[in-house]
Structure formats: structure tokens, C-alpha cells
Ligand binder design. Structure first.
Ligand SMILES: [Zn+2]
Length: 492
């Protein structure tokens, strides 16, 4: 019986198929057998360690089905190691894939190299090679070798879905892409300045113009975009600082995580009994280790506690404690749509592309405000003086049952808003959301009138803002919002 139905008889057989959930366990067990066999090699007179492995008694490293074997570059040692592996092969049936295996030499004469190569039959490999997808090298990785990283990143922001995203969506995509890069590369390498510049140029251009080609257009400096929300940024990752933090973390580990293999290796060969914090950088170390030594200089400034990721802690400390923005409450717990929050983010900093700003670049534009057809368009006009905007705003205030407030001074306006959104009351929450949606609605209306010759009445905008707030309100404030239903009688 198979699956409840009778079938023709078949013979029972033993064995495993690839993909069987038990096969990784069996594999781990057989690799353990190999490890023990290799330990016996250490006892053999014939075998000599790789010069950088003897102090740690290291013969091999294995991860999943990858295996690295180390020995001194002489025929005897290699033969001994190979014999051991062969015994394991015969016993387990597991064989090395000749096409995917290579031999790497360092400081071995041509003659000995040829002897070893002809004996083993594996091809000779060149550094850097990829191990677990990461290039391994002793020297600094050249710019060309960074190209795959850049290509992959550009591909992500080129896909058809990426083109259709709003500013807020693009910011989110960039954050994801940058996070991917740091998780994979930035923790392992010091990324050269040039590579970071290129990555940032692509991210910046994509954020501001939605294209995958590098442009200079930007409404807010990238440095600022990469600061935390409370400091007026979008909390995107500052790669330069993050990379520095990751390397500092590795440097910090050297003194605090002495059980790790690579740290034991550093201690055995370079640090010996010296103090890592004070010793001179050893002459013979590779490029990467040198960077770890250099990163010591920032360590005394850093305080690390046990709460949370060490890299993150170092990152925020390196980023510095810049002044918090006065309107930071507007940026937290705001239930408005992300794209509306993005508009407000620009508006509060006076960075919306109003005509006065376009004109300051020497471009000739029609200065008239298209909402009231009465005065020149500036940020302050649009959001404090314009008769059309005020009509919409008064409508929204009436709907929220908030007394109106008029001023032509931005500082006073800002103060009033901050006052209104303070605290966790339902009123504050609703005000925050409604203000954000109002700014966005005005900006969209302005764009439609200016570029598409379409216009809506003020009453209609009020209705739409109230509608969006109704839809977006979380349970906590939903009931309160619904009490305001003067313009949505049908939804009550
Ligand atoms: Zn106006």
C-alpha cells in the first residue's frame, strides 16, 4: 500500500537521496569521522603543518560540504594528508569533486609545485578565490573585484517594480539593499572609499530621481538622509560609518572574544604576549589585519554594553550626537501614509521644490501660486498664507474640532504644531496624522494644477484628508476619528 492505494510489489533498498532531511546529519557525522582521522595525521612523522597553522594544530576547516585542508608545501606532507583523505573516501564513499577543488600555493618552488600537482591531479588555483561566496585574498581586493557587488545592487533598483515606487518606497528599498550589503560584505571587509562613493551615488540618484543612472539632483544632502529620524534624516544606513563600526567591532573582538579561531590565530602569530591595544603593527601582516590594528584608535572612545548588537552601538557612537530636530515628535508614531510623511519631511526643512527655490538656481519659472492665483509661491505662502490652503486647513481643523490658529511666521507655526502633537493623547495622534496628510494633499494639488492642469475644490480635499485619516487610524484612535464624521455621514 502506498498513499492508501495498492501498488505492484517493489524491493526494499537502503540509501539516501539528495535532499533527504536526514542527509545533513549523516554528513556531519561522517565529517566528524574525517576530522578524527585528520587528527591522527598530526602524529605522523611525515606530516608538517602549514607554517601558519602549527601553533593552533590546525589541519583543516570545514563548513557544510566545503573542506579546506592545510599542510606545508612539501611532497611528503601533502602525500600524508592525501592518504588520510583517501582512507576516508574509501570508507565513506564520499569523494572530492575534482572540478570544484583546487590547490593553492604560497612560497613553494616551481619544481615542488609541479610534483604536488601531478601527484594529486587537482588544478592549481589562484588567490583570491571565493569561499562561501566571499573572495579570499591576502592583498587588498582590487576595484574590479568589487564590481559584482555594484552590479547586483544596480540590478535591484532597476527592476520594473522599483521604478513604480514612491519616494518613501524607494527609501525603504535602498535601506534593504544597503542592509544586504553590510550584512554580507561590510562585516568582512574594509570597503574602499571609491566603492562606497559609487554605491552611495547610485542610492542617492535612485532616491531622488527613481533612475539607475547617476544624477546630481538631490533635495537633501546624503549625509543628512543617513542620520536617524530624530536628527532629521531617514535613518538610512551611512555605509562609511557602518563599515568603520564593523571593523572596529572586529578589532574589539580581538580583546574580548579570545575563543574564536581567527582571533586565536592572530594571538598565536602576531600579538603573542603583547598588549593588542598598545603594540606596534607587525610588519608582515596582511592588508586586512593591518586595518584591524588601525581600527584600535577609535576603540577607547567607544563604550559597549551587553544590550544589543555591538556594531550598532559602535555605529551610533561614531555617527556622533548631532542636535535633535525640534519637530521630531512628528516623525514618530505618525499614522499618515509613508509618502505623506516624506512630503512633510521635506516641507518642515523647507526643501520642497517650490518655485522660489527653482528660481534661485537661475531657472525661469512662473512664480504665481496656482492654488490662489494671487501671490508668489514659497513654502511659507503655500502652508500659511495661501487662501486656498487655509480653506482646506480650516476645514480639517473644524473636522477635528480644533480651534484655528493663523500666523505668517514659520517659527510660530512650527511651535504651534509641536505643541499640538505633544504627548500620547488621541487628539495629538489625530492632529499629527491630519497635519501630515494636509501638507501632502496641498503639495499634490499644487503639482496637479501646475503640471497636469487638473484642479479640485477645497471641500473635496478636506473630505479626502478626513477619509484617509479614517482609513489609516489604528484601533486606539479609530473611535475618536469616527466621532468627527461631519463629512462622511455614510460611514458612521
Ligand atoms: Zn496661494
Amino acid at each position: 500500500m502506498v498513499n492508501g492505494e495498492p501498488t505492484a510489489p517493489f524491493n526494499a533498498t537502503k540509501g539516501l537521496r539528495q535532499g533527504d532531511p536526514i542527509s545533513p546529519f549523516l554528513f556531519a557525522i561522517s565529517m566528524e569521522y574525517l576530522s578524527r582521522n585528520l587528527n591522527d595525521v598530526k602524529e605522523s612523522q611525515e606530516f608538517k603543518y602549514h607554517p601558519k597553522c602549527s601553533k593552533l594544530y590546525l589541519t583543516h576547516l570545514s563548513f557544510a560540504d566545503d573542506l579546506l585542508l592545510f599542510s606545508r608545501g612539501d611532497v611528503k606532507s601533502v602525500t600524508t594528508l592525501h592518504r588520510c583523505f583517501q582512507d576516508f573516501s574509501d570508507a565513506s564513499g564520499l569523494q572530492a569533486n575534482k572540478e570544484k577543488s583546487s590547490i593553492y600555493f604560497g612560497g613553494v618552488t616551481q619544481e615542488v609545485q609541479e610534483q604536488i600537482l601531478s601527484f594529486l591531479g587537482f588544478p592549481k588555483g589562484e588567490l583570491p578565490f571565493r569561499y562561501l561566496g566571499i573572495p579570499l585574498a591576502t592583498k587588498k581586493i582590487s576595484l574590479i573585484q568589487w564590481q559584482p557587488l555594484i552590479t547586483r545592487m544596480v540590478a535591484k533598483i532597476t527592476s520594473w517594480t522599483a521604478k513604480k515606487l514612491s519616494y518613501a518606497g524607494r527609501a525603504q528599498l535602498i535601506q534593504t539593499v544597503l542592509f544586504g550589503i553590510q550584512a554580507y560584505w561590510a562585516q568582512l571587509f574594509v570597503i574602499p572609499s571609491k566603492v562606497i562613493n559609487t554605491i552611495e551615488a547610485y542610492c542617492r540618484s535612485y532616491l531622488w530621481s527613481g533612475t539607475n543612472t547617476i544624477t546630481r539632483k538631490a533635495l537633501i544632502a546624503w549625509e543628512k538622509v543617513c542620520t536617524p529620524k530624530s536628527m532629521g534624516g531617514l535613518s538610512l544606513m551611512n555605509m562609511r560609518v557602518w563599515n568603520k563600526a564593523a571593523i572596529s567591532k572586529a578589532s574589539w573582538d580581538i580583546e574580548h572574544k579570545s575563543d574564536r579561531l581567527w582571533i586565536r590565530c592572530l594571538h598565536a602569530y602576531y600579538i603573542k604576549n603583547q598588549q593588542f591595544a598598545q603594540m606596534a603593527i607587525p610588519q608582515q601582516v596582511g592588508w586586512m589585519v593591518k586595518k584591524l590594528f588601525e581600527a584600535r584608535s577609535s576603540l577607547p572612545l567607544i563604550q559597549v554594553n551587553n544590550a544589543g548588537s555591538v556594531i550598532k552601538q559602535i555605529y551610533y557612537q561614531l555617527l556622533g550626537n548631532n542636535a535633535k530636530i525640534s519637530w521630531k515628535t512628528l516623525r514618530f508614531g505618525n499614522n499618515a501614509r509613508p509618502k505623506a510623511q516624506f512630503t512633510v519631511w521635506l516641507q518642515m526643512q523647507g526643501r520642497l521644490l517650490t518655485v522660489d527655490r527653482i528660481a534661485s538656481w537661475g531657472v525661469s519659472v512662473d512664480h504665481e501660486c496656482k492654488l490662489c492665483n494671487n501671490q508668489n509661491e514659497t513654502r511659507d505662502h503655500l502652508f500659511m498664507e495661501c487662501s486656498y490652503s487655509i480653506k482646506v486647513w480650516e476645514g480639517v481643523l473644524k473636522w477635528m474640532q480644533v480651534p484655528s490658529f493663523r500666523t505668517t511666521q514659520w517659527e510660530l507655526m512650527e511651535k504651534w504644531i509641536i505643541q499640538r502633537i505633544k504627548g500620547k493623547s488621541q487628539q495629538a495622534q489625530i492632529f499629527k496624522m491630519a497635519y501630515t496628510e494636509w501638507v501632502h494633499a496641498i503639495w499634490i494639488e499644487r503639482n496637479q494644477r501646475r503640471f497636469e492642469m487638473r484642479s479640485r475644490k477645497a471641500e473635496q480635499l478636506v473630505k479626502e484628508i478626513a477619509y484617509v485619516c479614517n482609513v489609516r487610524a489604528p484601533t486606539r484612535i479609530k473611535e475618536k476619528v469616527q466621532q468627527f464624521c461631519i463629512c462622511q455621514p455614510s460611514r458612521k
